[in-house]
Design a protein around this ligand. Structure first.
Ligand SMILES: Nc1nc2c(c(=O)[nH]1)N[C@H]1C(S)=C(S)[C@@H](COP(=O)(O)O)O[C@H]1N2
Ligand SMILES: [Mo]
Length: 324
């Protein structure tokens, strides 16, 4: 299948637009309020672990799939592994890289259950061999107003879905991620409901762009990027791309999803990238590309579905202002 991806567009910053820094600060401020001071002064997040052993990753053989490669310049490995959202390891962008080193990813299993004819528990080696590994270079746009371009390694989630044979009742897929207080200092802070849970409608999950992801930059995933297995959904805001998945459940009804439950007026179930639907507290019309900081920083226009127009038929006839 040929995937058409719009090239990126560089825009001149509008003075009226709030800066990414402000966006970042305001989201953090909001979360602190939610936690009713639980973060402030707790010292919990600052205490754990040393710098993560990104060196603990290993090479993965993958064939580049050129149908899924954006033309944009790739984000540097350093930026992609040190500027992360992974609240289980802290809410600051630098904390996952510092704290996730202690996460034990071997052994690891993913239990696939619910409305399927063949429920199964898959270990990592089985997951790595379930389908041929592909390299795909995707844009990922965070809801906070920044984006990256990352060469992921994995295969379409649909390959796994086929294996477990969903029943006719399966209308949604839920991704449940690891929640282990012993390994994840962020769980002591009630910023979000743990475990972090995300979900998709079945047709979204079966779209070839939905990537079951086991690596990046030719290697297994660093812990801060969601080792050993995560999902990447390039047409949706980054929060939909759940990290360190332990359970995939097929459901009749839509699952509760973490950000939607936390702030329903700000984060919808769909989370599709949409420059025409602002976040209640900031514009979504443009974004900052990580790595283009300082005087080289330029604002880029955010594209509908992050430029992945092939997904548009999934939402035909839906009011995307209502189903955001
Ligand atoms: N389990 C879990 N998954 C998560 C998150 C999280 O806090 N916990 N953050 C999400 C958000 S907001 C973003 S933008 C992406 C960031 O992925 P990256 O660090 O690999 O760029 O991960 C998503 N997946
Ligand atoms: Mo995000």
């Amino acid at each position: 299948m040929l995937i058409r991806i719009q090239p990126d567009q560089i825009d001149v910053p509008l003075p009226s637009e709030i800066t990414p820094r402000e966006i970042f600060e305001s989201r953090r401020h909001f979360l602190k309020e939610l936690a009713v001071g639980a973060i402030a002064g707790s010292g919990v997040l600052a205490s754990a672990g040393a710098w993560a052993q990104v060196a603990g990753t290993r090479k993965l053989a993958a064939r580049r799939n050129d149908s899924y490669v954006v033309v944009d310049k790739q984000t540097s490995y350093k930026d992609a592994t040190t500027y992360n959202n992974f609240y289980e390891f802290g809410t600051d962008k630098s904390e996952p890289a510092r704290n996730a080193g202690i996460l034990k990813i071997n052994p690891w299993t993913v239990s696939v259950e619910g409305e399927v004819k063949k429920p199964m528990t898959l270990d990592l080696e089985t997951l790595l061999k379930l389908a041929p590994l592909e390299e795909r270079v995707y844009r990922l746009r965070c809801v906070e107003g920044w984006s990256m371009v990352i060469p992921w390694v994995g295969y379409s989630l649909s390959a796994l879905i086929r294996k477990v044979e969903p029943t006719g009742n399966a209308k949604y897929v839920e991704f449940v991620t690891l929640a282990d207080k012993k390994q994840m200092p962020g769980l002591s802070v009630p910023v979000l409901e743990w475990p972090y849970v995300e979900g998709l409608r079945m047709d979204e999950a079966n779209h070839p762009l939905a990537l079951l992801t086991l690596g990046m930059y030719g290697e297994t995933l660093p812990n801060q990027n969601g080792a050993p297995v995560r999902i990447v959904l390039p047409w949706k805001y980054g929060f939909k791309s759940a990290k360190s998945i332990v359970k995939i459940r097929f459901l009749k009804e839509a699952p509760r999803t973490t950000w939607n439950v936390t702030a329903p007026s700000e984060y919808g179930f769909y989370g599709n990238v949409n420059p025409d639907v602002d976040h209640p507290r900031w514009s979504q019309a443009s974004e900052r590309r990580i790595g283009e900081d300082g005087f080289l920083a330029r604002k880029r226009k955010t594209l509908m579905f992050n430029g992945y127009n092939d997904v548009a038929p999934l939402y035909a006839g839906m009011d995307l202002k209502r189903f955001f």
